[in-house]
Design a protein around this ligand. Structure first.
Ligand code: GLU
Length: 418
C-alpha cells in the first residue's frame, strides 16, 4: 500500500541512488541521509471554549552547509516526525538543485485547520512560533508556507518573532503578504516553475506543448496555478482533482473557472464546465500528454505506475512518486521531471523575498518572474547536463547528482569542526 511507504526512507534512497554515480566518501553520503537536528513539540493551546488542546509539532533542520536552513511549515493531520524529516531533506536537495544559498528545513503541525476557528489557528501558530524562536532567524532558519499555510500564518509568525525579539527582521520568514514584506509573484511561484519545467521538458523531448492534454491531481495553490499558466501557453487542461474527487472533459475546460468553482464551493466537483466526474485514481491513469501530481507524497505507487498512461510527469508536489513507482516508470521509459526542480519556484521566490527584505528594496512582479525563469531554466540545463553525462535511469537521478555534488562540495570546503 502506498501510504505505508515511509517518505524519509524514500528520501534516503533517492540520495543513495544519486551517490552511486558520484565519487563520494561514505561518511559524506551518510551525513546527507539524516537531519542535523529535529525539534519535537507538544503545544498546549487554549481553544475558544477555554479548554486546552495538545498539538504535535516539529521542525527539522536537515543540512546547513550551503546556507541557512530553509523550508515550509505544513498544517495537516498526516504530519509525522518522519514526514517532516523527509521534507527537510528534499528541501536541502531542492535548494542545491536550483543553486540558491540555503540548506534544507521543514516544519509541521499535526492538525486539520478546517476544524479550528481563525482565533484558535492564530494562537496555535503563535505558540509554535514562540517555540521556534531560538532556532530561527534570517541567518539561521527561514520558514515559509507549505500545505494549508499561507500569508496569514507567515505574517503571524513574523509578528510573534519580531515582538519577542524586539526587532524588525522580515527576512526571518518568507511567503508573507506584500504589506508585511512579502514579494510580488511569491504566491504563483511554485505553479510558475511547474509550467516552466513542463515547457522546457516538452522542448527537450521535441514535443509540442500547444494542445497537449494535461491532468492535474491536487488543486491547491501549486496545482491550480500550474494549470492556469500551462493553459496560458497553449496546453489543454482536461482533468483536475482535489481530495473530494475529480472532473474530466476530453475537450478540456477553463482551468481558472474550475478554480473559481472550488473557491466558491470548497471542491472542484460539480463544476459545470466539465462533462464527467472521476476519482483521483482514474485521473492518475488517464491517457494524457502530461500528468502533474500536485497533492501529497506517495500519490503514485507501483500499481498506479503500472497502469499510468500519461506520456510525461512533472511533479508539483513533494515526493508524489514512491521509489517503486519511479522504478516502474523508468522501466517503461516515461519521463518524470522531479519535484526538487519542478516545484522549486516557491523556494526560489522565497529567496528573492529574503534578498529584498535584506536590501529593503522591492522588485516588480516582472523582475521576479524574469529572475525565476532564469534560475529554473539554468537548473533545467544543469539537469540535462547531468542526464547526458551519466548513464542514469531517470531525470530524478540526474538532478540529485547535480545537487549532491553541490552539497558535498560545500561540506568539504567547510571542513570538519571540532
Ligand atoms: N514549501 C515550499 C516547498 O516545499 C516552499 C519552501 C520555501 O519557500 O522555503 O518548496
Amino acid at each position: 500500500m502506498a501510504n505505508e511507504v515511509n517518505p524519509f526512507e524514500s528520501m534516503q534512497e533517492q540520495g543513495d541512488d544519486a551517490a552511486a554515480y558520484v565519487d563520494l566518501a561514505d561518511d559524506v553520503v551518510e551525513r546527507l541521509k539524516y537531519p542535523e537536528r529535529v525539534l519535537e513539540l507538544n503545544l498546549s493551546v487554549e481553544m475558544d471554549d477555554g479548554t486546552l488542546e495538545r498539538f504535535e509539532a516539529y521542525r527539522s533542520q536537515f543540512n546547513g552547509d550551503r546556507g541557512p536552513y530553509k523550508g515550509g511549515i505544513r498544517y495537516h493531520p498526516g504530519v509525522t516526525r518522519d514526514e517532516v524529516k523527509a521534507l527537510s531533506g528534499w528541501m536541502a536537495y531542492k535548494c542545491a538543485a536550483v543553486n540558491i544559498p540555503y540548506g534544507g528545513g521543514k516544519g509541521g503541525i499535526k492538525l486539520d485547520p478546517a476544524e479550528y476557528s481563525d482565533t484558535e489557528l492564530e494562537r496555535i501558530t503563535r505558540s509554535y512560533a514562540e517555540e521556534l524562536r531560538p532556532l530561527i532567524g534570517e541567518n539561521r532558519d527561514i520558514p515559509a508556507p507549505d500545505v494549508n499555510t499561507g500569508q496569514r500564518e507567515m505574517n503571524w509568525i513574523k509578528d510573534t518573532y519580531e515582538t519577542l525579539e524586539r526587532t524588525n527582521e522580515p527576512g526571518v520568514i518568507t511567503g508573507k503578504a506584500p504589506d508585511s514584506g512579502g514579494s510580488a509573484g511569491r504566491v504563483e511561484a511554485t505553479g510558475r516553475s511547474v509550467m516552466l519545467v513542463s515547457r522546457e521538458g516538452f522542448k527537450y523531448l521535441d514535443k509540442d506543448i500547444a494542445d497537449a492534454t494535461v491532468a492535474v491531481q491536487g488543486y491547491g495553490n501549486a496545482g491550480s496555478v500550474a494549470a492556469k499558466l500551462i493553459d496560458d501557453i497553449g496546453a489543454n487542461v482536461v482533468a483536475v482533482s482535489d481530495s473530494s474527487g475529480g472532473i474530466y472533459d476530453p475537450d478540456g475546460f477553463d482551468a481558472r473557472a474550475a478554480k473559481d468553482h472550488k473557491n466558491e464551493t470548497g471542491s472542484v466537483n460539480g463544476f459545470a464546465g466539465a462533462s464527467e466526474e472521476i476519482t483521483n485514481e482514474e485521473l492518475l491513469t488517464l491517457d494524457v500528454d502530461l500528468l502533474i501530481p500536485a497533492a501529497l507524497e506517495n500519490a503514485i505507487d507501483e500499481a498506479i505506475a503500472q497502469n499510468l498512461e500519461a506520456d510525461m510527469i512533472v511533479e508539483a508536489a513533494n515526493g508524489p512518486l514512491t521509489p517503486d513507482a519511479d522504478d516502474v516508470l523508468a522501466e517503461r521509459d516515461v519521463p518524470v521531471f522531479p519535484d526538487i526542480l519542478a516545484n522549486a519556484g516557491g523556494v526560489t521566490v522565497s529567496y528573492f523575498e529574503w534578498v529584498q527584505n535584506r536590501q529593503g528594496f522591492y522588485w516588480t512582479e516582472q523582475k521576479v518572474n524574469n529572475e525565476l525563469e532564469r534560475f529554473i531554466v539554468a537548473a533545467f540545463e544543469d539537469l540535462i547536463e547531468g542526464y547526458e553525462s551519466h548513464d542514469v535511469e531517470s531525470y530524478r537521478e540526474a538532478m540529485y547528482i547535480v545537487a549532491i555534488k553541490r552539497l558535498a562540495n560545500a561540506a568539504k570546503e567547510g571542513g570538519v569542526w571540532p
